[in-house]
Design a protein around this ligand. Structure first.
Ligand code: FAD
Length: 424
């Protein structure tokens, strides 16, 4: 019998539990450790922040779902992983031994790298549902007395889709409230150009996103480093193509949401051989850590090299489709090792994303994510808005049922079939 422990119960961790349980042998025990008793669907956070969703609509209690599946659940956060002893130390002092550990802890949000950034400072966040609720309160006050908005992603950020998404969702909400004319909007980003997305662009994402921003009167500053945020003022240094400072901007705002850089969580940060200097888990092509081969990792917590150096540092996004394929590969690889076989499954490093704009949306398919690509497609339309709503419902239903059905794969293949991209 093997003890298989999954650390984290988010978009990667919870499906990992279902798929691992299905692939484990009858006597093996699968245990999930989570620092929260609930799962929340992160991609819907931007809707919570503008009051288009209630928290309860995107959140599920984890315990009953796992109980139904025969998976053990510990609703206490991990303080530290001790890979040399094969135990996870919990916040309450207990120790959980493992034969295999799957790390699925997502990101630590590095607000502390910039003075005044984040919900404890002067900008809002949509990265966690708690932040989105906080952002909602601020938004409801803001719309009573509107003014300038600054939105975007700071230096070192990797998750740009939600920054575009939130800019456009705010824009739509303001138009619906008939106060858009009172809100000058500026998109500030570490990307070298609009539509770069941490992926060196996808299809004509540059042309399309610039055109959308022009159409919606959203100004932008690229190659931007946020140096400091004060109450109502953001200090930004714009850099040239060589990464040298070019222009200083002092941007007044009444509301701001900035995506932070990500790091690895404290429970694994600094463990030699397990993580890189930013705390992301080092993995081989089978999701397995080279130094500690009984540790695997899935989701945002894994280390991925940038596609290309950029004048201001940017990272590569880890999107749901990739995460789903990491989960499947990991479940099969652990089973292979249990059976005395070498792991052979690999995740697909394909980036697919749907970004809702409130009344339409943009989608991209980058196969593989590093150019040159076999499929390099970016498009927009009302269908993306509908697809994103459908996707939220499907995903939450899948979590409630506890199935390991590959939902991203299904939707992506359907969408690609519709777009006639499948055979390319
Ligand atoms: P998470 O979902 O963040 O899960 C990590 C879990 O680990 C959390 O529940 C956390 O509480 C837990 N944890 C952390 N530390 C510990 C600890 N010490 N002990 C125990 N538990 C711990 N991707 C898409 O493909 N499409 C989208 O539309 C999309 N929208 C996004 C919108 C936003 C606002 C953001 C931030 C990201 C979005 N992404 C999207 C990217 C990606 O799919 C998500 O970030 C996704 O949540 C990542 O899954 P994960 O499991 O790696 O991390």
């Amino acid at each position: 019998m093997a003890e298989i422990v999954i650390l984290g119960a988010g978009i990667g961790g919870l499906p990992m539990a279902f798929e691992m349980k299905e692939n484990a042998r009858p006597g093996d025990r699968v245990t999930v450790i989570s620092n929260t008793p609930t799962f929340h669907f992160v991609p819907s956070n931007p809707w919570v922040a503008v009051d288009w969703r209630d928290r309860e609509e995107i959140e599920l209690p984890i315990a009953p779902i796992l109980e139904k599946k025969g998976v053990d659940f510990i609703a206490v956060g991990a303080k530290r992983v001790h890979p040399e002893r094969n135990v996870v130390e919990l916040m309450d002092g207990r120790e959980v031994p493992y034969d295999f550990l799957v790390i699925a802890t997502g990101p630590k949000l590095a607000f502390d790298e910039i003075e005044g950034l984040g919900p404890n400072g002067h900008t809002q966040s949509v990265c966690h549902v708690d932040h989105a609720e906080h952002a909602k309160q601020a938004w409801m006050e803001f719309v009573k007395d509107p003014g300038p908005v600054v939105v975007g992603a700071v230096q070192g950020a990797s998750c740009f889709g939600p920054a575009y998404e939130f800019a456009m969702i705010m824009e739509t909400d303001l138009r619906k409230r008939k106060i858009r004319d009172k809100v000058p909007m500026t998109y500030v980003t570490s990307e070298p150009y609009i539509g770069h997305l941490g992926l060196n662009g996808v299809g004509d994402s540059k042309g399309l996103m610039e055109s959308i921003f022009r159409d919606k009167s959203i100004r932008w500053i690229c190659n931007a480093k946020v140096t400091k945020v004060e109450q109502g003022v953001m200090h930004v240094t714009e850099h040239d193509e060589d990464g040298k400072p070019k222009k200083e901007h002092t941007l007044p705002f009444k509301y701001s949401m900035m995506l932070p850089a990500f790091k690895g969580v404290d429970a694994i940060f600094g463990i030699d051989g397990l993580v890189n200097p930013r705390g992301f888990v080092l993995i081989d092509e089978h999701q397995r850590n080279p130094k500690f081969p009984n540790i695997f990792a899935v989701g945002v917590c894994v280390a991925i090299a940038p596609t290309e150096p950029t004048p201001v540092p940017t990272g590569v996004p880890k999107t749901g489709y990739m995460i789903e394929s990491m989960v499947t590969a990991t479940a099969h690889n652990i089973r292979a090792v249990l059976d005395g076989q070498p792991p052979k499954e690999k995740a697909t490093w394909n980036a697919v994303c749907l970004a809702d704009f409130g009344d339409r949306g943009a989608a991209f398919v980058a196969l593989p994510q590093i150019p040159p690509r076999n499929v390099n497609w970016f498009g927009e339309g009302y269908w993306v808005h509908l697809a994103k709503i459908a996707f939220e419902k499907y995903f939450l239903r899948k979590m409630k049922k506890g199935t390991s059905e590959p939902i991203y794969e299904k939707i992506v293949m359907q969408a690609m079939g519709i777009m006639k991209l499948k055979d390319k």
